[in-house]
Design a protein around this ligand. Sequence first.
Ligand code: FAD
Ligand code: NAP
Length: 478
Amino acid sequence: MLQRFINKSLITRQSYGLLTKLRFNLNHRHFTSGTTGPRICIVGAGPAGFYAAQYILKTLQDCKVDVIEKLPVPFGLVRFGVAPDHPEVKNVINTFTKTAENSRFNFYGNVTLGRDVTLQQLRDNYHAVLLTYGADQDRELGLENETESNVLSARNFVAWYNGLPGAENLNPNLTGKSVTIVGQGNVAVDVARMLLSSIDDLKKTDITSYALETLVTSKVEQVYLVGRRGPLQVAFTIKELREMLKLPNVTTQWRAQDFEGVAEVVDKLARPRKRLTELMLKSLNEQSVAQPQNKKQFLPIFMRSPKQLKDNQLIFTVNKMQQDKAISTEKEESIPADLILRSIGYKSSCADNGICFDNQTGRVFNEHGRVLKSLNDTTVDKGLYVAGWLGTGPTGVILTTMNGAFGVAKTICDDVLAKNIKTDDQKLGLQDMLKSHAVVTWQGWKKIDEEESKRGLLVGKPREKIVKIEEMLKVAGV
Ligand code: FAD
Ligand code: NAP
């Protein structure tokens, strides 16, 4: 009928384009829908969840996407990981908000998979379920007294300054002069920068007020950043290093012996690694020209693996490099450490027994985002998908997570369109089931957002985060 209409009408090229689009949409609708269209549930409102929702809503014009989120507030590590002094990174929230304002999107905040709903319930009520609940644990070093009070995980420290509910009572002891951070990734550098930045700079950010108060009284002067491998293998990136080097009133001090042979290979490196190494070498060379020493120092140290904790010292095994591998030697070195921050990566956990979780790799067992039935049965568990850090492991910036999530979202859409998963029966979603649960809707989140911005305005910050779940629920009107 549409074709007849197009043929009979005298139409311009522009309106023909519009009609073609309409015809595509109608075909699409016919192709993808039963009576109500596909219903898809996404677990976790971080970048992976939002980017996947964006793609699915755009591609499947008649689908509905429900996102359940453990916390009353959305955005995952964009809110609780990204450093307070990197507000530009948080601009992705504007894109996520646009997605959330789509009438076919629903947010169910304060709903935890494994506590409030089971995976089976989600599978019964949706045509497809996408797991994007991230990584909320941390890797451990395996040292004997790693649970001593002067050893904290960087994950908890980050959660503390960013106001993750439950982290507000961490009370890191910043009364000593030295902090040793184990690991040389961008999280380690974020933490070092937070410890060494000036209070005047931090107080204009959305750092929690209790963290700011503790940092005001901090006595920390030396921050060591210790890696088990060499300068050619650091995991931090150039932008983050540049920031450290420019930090006012902080001296970066490298150890020349760590760079033996590095200048000789720099030209052979691939471009990003080459530029990063050149920057380290430049900074090393400049430090030999007498430079004023600040009290506050950033001290990267290489080829040291933590071995033992002793009083306020961390004893390291001295390594030597063989290609990209660290080989331990008989030698040891101890580094002062009033506080030790373990920053060797995050770790995912299994939220529900129905998930095929691979403890070995710390990921949901999957092939290109399609979850597999079990470690022994590698056939696809139809209708169940995984994206983000939960599927890839805990590395990658937001852009990497976005690309991965788009890829998995495309797989879901392809499976729906090819009828690899059944979508012609009616699915009810969770609305009725969660009737008596304290759900925070998108409107509820908007109220929290407004209140936080209002409180921030009073103290010259972009927002003052609410950190208690009960208070969030109250403000959301739940
Ligand atoms: P997450 O962001 O962790 O989202 C997972 C969501 O699932 C969370 O909201 C969580 O509350 C929710 N959830 C957990 N369990 C459940 C459950 N059982 N039921 C329901 N919901 C659940 N990248 C950059 O590009 N720039 C940066 O400056 C930057 N800074 C970072 C700083 C830190 C400290 C860290 C750790 C990472 C940083 N990244 C940065 C990387 C970026 O944060 C990640 O790439 C991205 O957040 C991963 O997204 P995700 O959706 O997989 O996980
Ligand atoms: P990461 O980049 O994987 O770095 C982990 C560090 O820990 C590496 O230096 C690693 O060394 C070391 N490590 C691991 N196991 C160790 C052990 N047993 N003993 C000693 N050292 C060990 O992880 P991350 O810093 O947690 O960051 C996660 C992701 O978020 C990264 O992709 C990062 O870029 C991103 N992020 C980005 C930003 C930003 O853009 N500003 C900020 C924060 C985080 P080896 O290399 O030897 O394994």
